[in-house]
Design a protein around this ligand. Sequence first.
Ligand SMILES: [Zn+2]
Ligand SMILES: [Zn+2]
Length: 66
Amino acid sequence: MAAAFCDQCGRSAEAGGHVRCAVRRELEPPRYCAECARRMVVQVTPMGWTARCSRHGEIFSPEGVC
Ligand SMILES: [Zn+2]
Ligand SMILES: [Zn+2]
């Protein structure tokens, strides 16, 4: 399923102009839920990060990030 919103800037993923977002995405956890664009509660952990949407639940940093 394609994301509806950019998880870095919270705008529509189809709007374009997310090149910088994609670069930042490599380094930083998401800030907005890709499904509803709500602001997510982000917690940085020793293993990476977790980001929680009040509606869609928690997502975790991809494995292999070190
Ligand atoms: Zn973006
Ligand atoms: Zn959500």
